[in-house]
Design a protein around this ligand. Structure first.
Ligand code: QAP
Ligand code: CO
Length: 179
């Protein structure tokens, strides 16, 4: 098992489009396990492969309090979305510390494959509906801040880049023993 590096917005690699998984092998099982470990460690409730710089249609989600209900979605497709829409205050492991309202269909029906390649369908509502749509956006290269106004998005970009520069500086200081 390995913890993977999570790309931070505005990394351009977050905008790459993921390709379908065609081979359901040990490599895929390892990717899923590593993504789950990365999500639990963060901690987060959902992670798309795009966020760890793997551009394949793989999502892990765990909405449980006890972190023992991993849901894996390979090659997910939305079969149906409700006309009814709902606003949720979303966050993202790739946009740390930022939360804002996003409006989406309140219910979706999804078809996906499990880690063995078996197809399944699931009716999603409440938080799962929000989460699966948010994660499927990642697979299309879309980050939730793209639903916000350009003004908000630019403020978020600036804030995160500033933080990143601070993190780089800390890293240098540590490497140089704070010389
Ligand atoms: C996506 O989000 C999501 O800012 C998953 O500092 C979004 O796991 C699911 C997180 C909306 C449902 C509704 C965010 C952790 C985790 C942060 C996450 C942070 C630390 C976000
Ligand atoms: Co996200």
């Amino acid at each position: 098992m390995a913890k993977l590096n999570i790309l931070r917005y505005p990394d351009p690699r977050l905008h790459k489009v993921a390709q379908p998984v065609t081979v359901f092998d040990e490599r895929l099982a390892t990717l899923v396990a590593d993504m789950a470990e990365t999500m639990y460690d963060a901690p987060g409730i959902g992670l798309a492969a795009t966020q760890v710089d793997v551009h394949e249609r793989v999502i892990v989600i765990d909405l449980s309090e006890t972190k023992d209900a991993l849901q894996v979605f390979i090659n997910p497709e939305i079969l149906w979305a409700s006309d009814e829409r709902k606003v949720y205050d979303e966050g993202c492991l790739s946009v740390p510390g930022i939360y804002d309202d996003v409006e989406r269909p309140s219910k979706v029906k999804v078809r996906a494959q499990d880690v063995k390649g078996e197809f399944f369908e699931i009716d999603c509502d409440e938080l799962l509906a929000v989460c699966i749509q948010h994660e499927m956006d990642h697979l299309m290269g879309k980050v939730f801040v793209e639903y916000l106004s350009p003004l908000k998005r630019n403020r978020i970009k600036t804030k995160l880049l500033k933080e990143e520069r601070g993190m780089e500086r800390e890293k240098q200081l540590r490497a140089n023993g704070r010389r």
